[in-house]
Design a protein around this ligand. Structure first.
Ligand code: ATP
Ligand code: MG
Length: 415
């Protein structure tokens, strides 16, 4: 993509009312825009990152035999009354239309997915299976000061699994634990993301959160370095300040953000909707469920919080909007443009995602903006680089500069 064609411009200053580092950097770099507190637009660069995050999650959910669907946002009140959450869920948005009909804006989708699958499940042969979606959720969050970490409208991947037995539900839950760890690993936050024991509510002893260490987080966790797991502050008293695995009492306190959550729902939502199957002897048995969420914007914002530096954004390669920022230093010598265009075409033909800064701006301005955008590799084409056989490559995350031949470049960026 050619940067001269962008309709977005970067900004010198973040909006004064924005306090979160993630939103400040993302807005300055033109990745997102704020419509109102907790409600953001994804602009072309931000959307490319979001889609990469989505695709990694999709690949991993498909590996676990998840089947992708897309459920609506507008939910009839009656469904939410069936589970009691029309009255009990404080952050539910409720809308009334001109004819007086009341709806909830989906804050989560148990109330929709259970009646949906009820139409298709009759026998034990229909189980197990799992469905998932990427969908906008609406929650009336009181504090919306954490940028895209806490939206009032935000995109979640939510998966729901359906099982005959508790054993089967638990086995799938364990698969999801591994799958989630792998997802965060792929996104570049694996080393600082902890499987965290949290309250399971009234149905299970624990649920598990995936908590990523960052000062921007709103949670406090206690880490056991022996087992590489954590316990959420909210349950630490029940846990007697001990690691639930090894009993270690020497726990380290950290601030973190919850990027994902997995839950054994058991019959919590299947029972109110009477979601049952016929077992081998023809008896009716209530279906067991698990649910598994990841906030896409929250992951994106967390990566910004973790990697962003004083110069701007820094993207891990797997979710970067582009792999290469090709910076052409404008010159009266037409060979510079020709060389940049050639390199752009060659890289693009090899499947490398390249953003080509073909604008007529000063070098200093271009470099500062390149640092702000945070694309993993910067390749400079200028009068100077024309003379030699090599081009200059700068890695954003380390700041390391190296000179590379074309072949080395193609190898480095190979997809
Ligand atoms: P929190 O305690 O942070 O409010 P939650 O327990 O309400 O989170 P869940 O209902 O388990 O969150 O949602 C699943 C996932 O969706 C979370 O792990 C998080 O990644 C994401 N998420 C939840 N609320 C928001 C929000 N307001 N904005 C962005 N992402 C969110
Ligand atoms: Mg919440």
């Amino acid at each position: 993509m050619r940067q001269s064609k962008f309709f977005i411009k970067t900004r010198k200053e973040a909006p004064a009312d924005e306090v979160a580092k993630n939103a400040k950097l993302l807005m300055r770099a033109g990745f997102v825009d704020k419509l109102q507190a907790g409600v953001y637009t994804y602009l072309p660069l931000g959307l490319r990152v979001l889609k990469k995050i989505e695709q990694i999650i999709r690949e991993e959910m498909n590996k676990e035999e998840g089947q992708e669907i897309l459920m609506p946002s507008l939910h009839p009140k009656e469904l939410w009354q069936t589970t009691g959450r029309w009255d009990s869920m404080d952050d539910l948005y409720k809308v009334t239309d001109a004819s007086g009909r009341e709806n909830a804006l989906g804050a989560t989708h148990e109330e929709v997915v259970v009646p949906l699958v009820k139409q298709f499940i009759s026998s034990y042969r229909d189980l197990p299976f799992a469905v998932y979606q990427f969908q906008n959720k609406f929650r009336m969050e009181l504090r919306a000061k954490s940028g895209i970490l806490r939206g009032r409208e935000f995109i979640m991947k939510d998966m729901y699994s359906f099982h005959r037995t508790e054993e089967d539900m638990k086995a799938y839950y364990e698969r999801m634990k591994k799958s989630y760890a792998h997802i965060f690993e792929r996104m570049g936050i694996g080393a600082r993301t902890y499987l965290t024991y949290a309250s399971g509510g009234s149905f299970s002893k624990y649920s598990h959160e995936f908590q990523t260490l960052t000062e921007a987080g709103e949670d406090v966790i206690y880490i056991c370095d022996t087992c590489h797991i954590a316990i959420n502050k909210e349950i630490i008293d029940d846990q007697k300040h001990m690691c639930p695995i090894c009993g270690n009492e020497d726990l380290r306190t950290e601030t973190s953000v919850e990027v994902g959550n997995i839950f054994e729902l058991k019959t919590k939502y299947s029972a109110p909707f009477n979601l049952t199957y016929k077992d081998e002897s023809g008896g009716d048995v209530t279906v067991l469920m698990g649910c598994y969420g990841i906030g896409l914007g929250r992951v994106l914002g967390t990566v910004v919080e973790v990697y962003g530096d004083d110069k701007g954004l820094v993207w891990p390669r797997a979710i970067a909007p582009f792999t290469v920022h090709l910076v052409e230093i404008p010159s009266a010598d037409a060979n510079v443009r020709a060389e940049a265009e050639k390199l752009y075409n060659e890289l693009t033909a090899r499947g490398v995602e390249v953003l080509w800064d073909d604008r007529d701006l000063r070098a200093g301005e271009k470099f500062a903006e390149s640092d702000l955008l945070g694309i993993p590799f910067r390749v400079v084409v200028s009068e100077k680089t024309l003379a030699g056989e090599t081009v200059e490559v700068k890695e954003r995350i380390t700041g390391e500069v190296s000179m590379r031949t074309r072949d080395e470049l193609f190898k480095l960026f190979a997809v």
